[in-house]
Design a protein around this ligand. Structure first.
Ligand code: G6P
Length: 610
């Protein structure tokens, strides 16, 4: 988390830095700051809170410069204070911004203290600033000083450095955190992600692990971890500026909820007109990799983990392959029993979640070489470390609470289940046609679910004063209940828990009384009658039920039982449709409570630290 931007140009770069930081705010929004080279001086402005507050300060202090770096922070080491905000400086001579965590910062701090360096913050980043300064003071130029410094760091970093001793260049380095260089005409940039510099350029170089880069107005030189000059490919970004704008919407989350029919249609574009599931969707080598896998292990975090839990029902039911799903941060630290014939599937919207990346590395170290990444960000770290890739085409997701990324992950995973079934001879032509049709009809069904918004909004008004809520689902809809509870707690701060409805009587029923709203995902599937019995258990204890179902269930409202019906049961893809109302419920409950929907407290979208 944390966002970095930097620019060197023959014009004032301060507006570029500020605009870039606003685009990067989704990565962290505890504090923001910029440092610029103004003549012989390193000038810095930092503020806790949002970029807009720092922008006002920079304006009133008359910041203008042709070289500068900026940062938006999600606090890890040290509280949310101005002293801990980046950039960090050393002797007023050089400034550093950093994304990541330096694990050996305590040792380095002691070594630097012994050399006479004083520390003003509690951050690990200040260590980097002083370490670079130390190497400069020993005669190294800025590039060499950064290269020497990073060799002494243990941990993850993307950094950018400017020094008043060398006002014509910006030095960047990365290991474990994303960083790219943007190429302009007579001006160049660096950024954590391309959205930050899209207003200036679309041409980008993705730095690789261990790279350092020297960026001047006219040139970019990249060096690998061994210090050798290397050529890195130049990519043309196809991220659209419109996808980064709010348009007529009040929040990005609202926009992204409403974009789901389009996002799903784009993600399954290749199967829309096809008459078969083609393994090529997952990469050139996919048929070889997938044909003889004996099982599937899914690794992911947060909402992506819930997409994985949903997929397990599909993969086992449709392809007959055993499938387990595990939270990446748990898998990476346990002694797992590896079966190299199992396919490792990582799911990550951002493609840079540290725990998911480390879980993938760990799986590979155990001998897994069949790896597939389901990801929304092209060229991000996790797909680049995977043998096969399926890119969801949700477009930029900016709201911290994931919505369209989730439903597009679901359709990608359903496609995987069907493709595995086909390759394993478990999908006949008729069934294949039905699954393809189900996918083709899905964007329309999702649109119908979106049309339920006025009814969901009315429910949200009733939720707003509550402190707690329970979500229930069974079978393939249980993960949707989990996702509904996660959405509600993330953005409205109402405490919510989800259970498989059959588990109610084993504990959570003790919490049910008239003050506890119980949301039930109850479409007309094989488990509906079971779910109805579970609802009776709630009613018998005075609990109020809010039931999402479909027309086919014939389930109507009664005293203490509120019902919203999607038009018709869409069969196997029903979890995708039922994800929509729970997203809308969370969104409108948060609106009613007046929380910051797109930037919920304490969270960040891209979690590149442990
Ligand atoms: C953060 C985000 C969640 C997301 C999770 C995993 O917690 O706030 O929305 O689900 O990270 O992120 P990923 O990018 O790996 O899907």
């Amino acid at each position: 988390m944390c966002g970095i931007v930097g620019a060197i140009a023959d014009r004032d770069v301060v507006p570029v830095l500020i605009e870039g930081l606003k685009r990067l705010e989704y990565r962290g929004y505890d504090s923001a700051g910029i440092a610029v080279l103004d003549g012989e001086q390193v000038r810095r402005v930092r503020r806790t809170g949002r970029v807009a507050e720092m922008e006002s300060a920079a304006q009133s202090e008359g910041f203008r410069a042709r070289l500068g770096i900026g940062h938006t922070r999600w606090a890890t080491h040290g509280g949310v204070t101005e002293a801990n905000a980046h950039p960090h400086v050393s002797f007023g001579e050089l400034a550093v911004v950093h994304n990541g965590i330096i694990e050996n910062h305590d040792e380095q701090r002691e070594v630097l203290r012994a050399k006479g360096y004083a520390f003003e913050s509690q951050t690990d980043t200040e260590v980097i600033a002083h370490l670079i300064h130390f190497h400069q003071s020993q005669g190294a130029d800025l590039l060499a000083a950064v290269q020497k410094a990073v060799q002494e760091l243990v941990g993850a970093y993307a950094i950018a450095v400017v020094s008043k001793r060398e006002p014509g260049r910006l030095i960047a380095a990365r290991m474990g955190c994303p960083l790219l260089v943007g190429l302009g005409e007579g001006e160049n940039f660096i950024a954590s992600d391309v959205s930050a510099i899209l207003q200036a350029t679309r041409q980008v170089i993705f730095l690789e692990e261990g790279d350092t880069a020297e960026i001047t107005r006219e040139s970019v030189r990249v060096f690998n971890a061994a210090g050798a000059a290397v050529e890195r490919d130049v990519h043309m970004s196809d991220v659209s500026l419109a996808s980064l704008e709010l348009g007529p919407y009040r929040h990005f989350m609202q926009k992204e909820i409403h974009e789901q029919p389009r996002a799903i249609a784009d993600t399954i574009e290749a199967v829309m007109d096809a008459n078969a599931f083609n393994p090529l969707l997952f990469g050139a080598d996919a048929e070889n990799v997938l044909r003889d896998v004996e099982g599937v292990q899914i690794l992911a975090c947060g909402t992506s983990y819930y997409a994985g839990l949903t997929a397990r029902y599909w993969i086992e039911a449709i392809s007959g392959l055993p499938c387990s799903v595990e939270i990446a941060s748990e898998y990476r630290y346990r002694k797992a029993v590896a079966n190299p014939k199992h396919l490792i599937v990582t799911i990550s919207q951002s493609g840079e979640t540290l725990d998911t990346m480390e879980a993938l590395k760990y799986a590979k170290s155990l001998g897994h070489d069949r790896t597939l990444s389901i990801c929304n960000v092209p060229e991000s770290a996790i797909p680049r470390a995977s043998r096969l890739v399926y890119y969801t085409r949700a477009g930029a997701e900016i709201g911290v609470a994931s919505t369209k990324a989730f439903t597009t992950q679901l359709v990608a995973l359903f496609t995987l289940a069907a493709t595995l079934a086909k390759l394993h001879g478990r999908l006949d032509v008729e069934q294949e046609g039905q699954y393809l049709d189900a996918l083709r009809f899905l964007p329309g069904s999702v649109q119908h679910a979106l049309n339920l918004e006025p009814q969901v909004t009315a429910w949200a008004e009733r939720f707003a004063p509550k402190q707690h809520a329970l979500f229930l689902g069974r079978g393939v809809h249980y993960p949707i209940a989990l996702e509904g509870a996660l959405k509600l707690k993330e953005i409205s701060y109402i405490h919510a828990e989800a259970y498989p409805a059959g588990e109610l009587k084993h504990g959570p029923l003790a919490l049910v009384d008239a003050a506890m709203p119980v949301v039930v995902i109850a479409p007309n599937d094989a488990l509906l009658e079971k779910v109805k019995s579970n609802m009776q258990e709630v009613r018998a204890r005075g609990g109020e039920l809010f039931v999402f179902t479909d027309e086919d269930s014939q389930f109507g409202p009664s005293e203490g039982v509120h019902v919203i019906r999607a038009p018709r049961h869409v069969g196997v893809l029903s979890p995708v449709v039922h994800a929509i109302p729970v997203q809308m419920l969370a969104y409108h409950a948060a609106l009613a409570r007046g929380t910051d929907v797109d930037k919920p407290r304490n969270l960040a979208k891209s979690v590149t630290v442990e």
